[in-house]
Design a protein around this ligand. Structure first.
Ligand SMILES: Nc1nc2c(ncn2[C@@H]2O[C@H](COP(=O)(O)OP(=O)(O)OP(=O)(O)O)[C@@H](O)[C@H]2O)c(=O)[nH]1
Ligand SMILES: [Mg+2]
Length: 379
């Protein structure tokens, strides 16, 4: 390498020469690539760097696959850990790994070329002292569901997630969102909505009974015919939201899953946000997220997990400093069960600081806990 190079390039080259791990080597090479000579005389050098990057990535991928095989798993599968799992989903180069690094404090490799990430990266996000697992995935593309670029394996991880973060380049938000939605829907993953509040179950009693008929958007006979057409002659239908043929087909399709989501816009603020309602937080993030901003982002994203955080306490002692993360809608009893079977057996009532009318208010075991509550178990 005899070409005249910049100071920054020299620093990057030093890093490369001293790199110990393949990750460090790759990071240094990428830095060399971005600071290297752009003039004609530098072409040979740049091509040498590109070859090294390609080779290294290849080796790293093989190594990861071998490690995964040894541990008995599929290289693209992810073991759940922490209180909940949030998965990053996006097109190539949208900024998934950059945001993953912000959330987890990790230094996974970021690159200005497509498919930098070829295998899932897993990290932990600290949330008020509790741990939430973040998974950075290889990109989805048009055709993922048909098998392109490990699409089916990536979609399998998404299907299993507690909630999704769509990472979208704010410069082309509509087209990016359209591709993601299409691929997810094709894989039976419906985004941004709850499972419909509709239950259709086989019943031991003859005939088809329907509760909540005011929600029927099709004729009652049509519903009955449809169910019979699907082999359900004895069934119980409970409607708590509008039912048309479309929803009916979704409810009966057991392969469909529903995922709550948030949207992260990178690179630029989009002209306007998507009309998705308050249920879907939409945030614009910078490449470098400041500490304060990061806490705001975490608070804004937490609700999509449909969990609440609570601090448990014993009488006469201080409250725990780390919260417990439990399903939204959990009662005092649910939380006692989460803590210990024994506690669930002996607890008689709780005192609540936070959502109760006054601090230390005594509540029954079916009291529903809200975010940030302190719960003191008494027996
Ligand atoms: N200006 C700007 N650049 C960003 C932002 N987020 C990421 N980038 C840049 O966009 C490029 C791609 O970032 P990555 O984080 O590697 O994107 P990715 O979605 O993980 O890409 P793949 O792993 O290839 O799918 C890099 O050059 C990043 O530095 C952002 O918010 N603003
Ligand atoms: Mg990536």
């Amino acid at each position: 390498m005899t070409t005249n190079v910049s100071l920054e390039f020299g620093v990057a080259k030093d890093k490369y020469d001293n790199a110990k791990t393949p990750q460090e080597k790759l990071a240094a090479l990428l830095e060399m690539k971005s600071t290297g000579p752009k003039h004609k005389g530098g072409e040979a050098l740049m091509s040498e760097i590109n070859t090294k990057i390609a080779k290294l990535k290849d080796e790293m991928e093989k190594e990861k696959a071998v490690a995964a095989k040894r541990s008995g798993g599929n290289a693209l599968s992810v073991k759940k850990d922490g209180s909940a799992q949030l998965v990053l989903v996006g097109l190539p180069n949208s900024g998934k790994t950059t945001f993953f690094n912000s959330l987890t404090g990790q230094k996974a490799v970021v690159g200005d070329y497509e498919f930098t990430t070829t295998l899932p990266e897993v990290g932990m996000m600290d949330f008020k002292g509790a741990r939430i697992q973040i998974v950075d995935l290889p990109a989805l593309v048009e055709g993922s569901n048909d098998g392109k670029f490990n699409g089916p394996q990536i979609l399998a991880v998404i299907r299993n997630a507690d909630a999704l973060l769509l990472v979208i380049d704010g410069r082309t938000p509509l087209s990016q969102y359209a591709v993601l939605k299409k691929e997810l829907n094709a894989a039976g993953i419906l985004i941004g909505k709850h499972k419909p509040q509709i239950k259709i179950t086989n019943s031991p009693f003859p005939g088809i009974s329907i509760a909540g008929k005011q929600f029927l958007k099709i004729k009652e006979e049509e519903l009955v015919d449809y169910l019979k057409g699907n082999g359900m002659y004895n069934a119980q239908v409970i409607l708590r939201e509008p039912l048309d043929f479309n929803v009916l087909a979704q409810v009966l399709d057991e392969s469909i899953v529903y995922k709550r989501m948030g949207i992260i816009f990178t690179h630029a603020k989009p002209k306007e946000l998507f009309p998705l309602g308050e249920e879907v937080p939409q945030l614009v993030v910078e490449k470098e997220v400041g500490k304060e901003e990061l806490e705001k982002i975490k608070d804004a994203l937490f609700p999509i997990l449909e969990k609440v955080y609570v601090y448990t306490k014993k009488p006469g002692e201080a409250a725990a400093t780390q919260p417990l993360i439990v399903d939204a809608g959990s009662t005092v009893m649910d939380i006692a069960r989460d803590v210990h079977k024994e506690l669930a057996e002996k607890v008689k009532y709780a005192k609540i600081w936070g959502s109760a009318k006054f601090d230390g208010q005594r509540v029954a075991l079916d009291y529903e806990i809200k975010n940030g509550d302190v719960v003191e178990f008494n027996w």
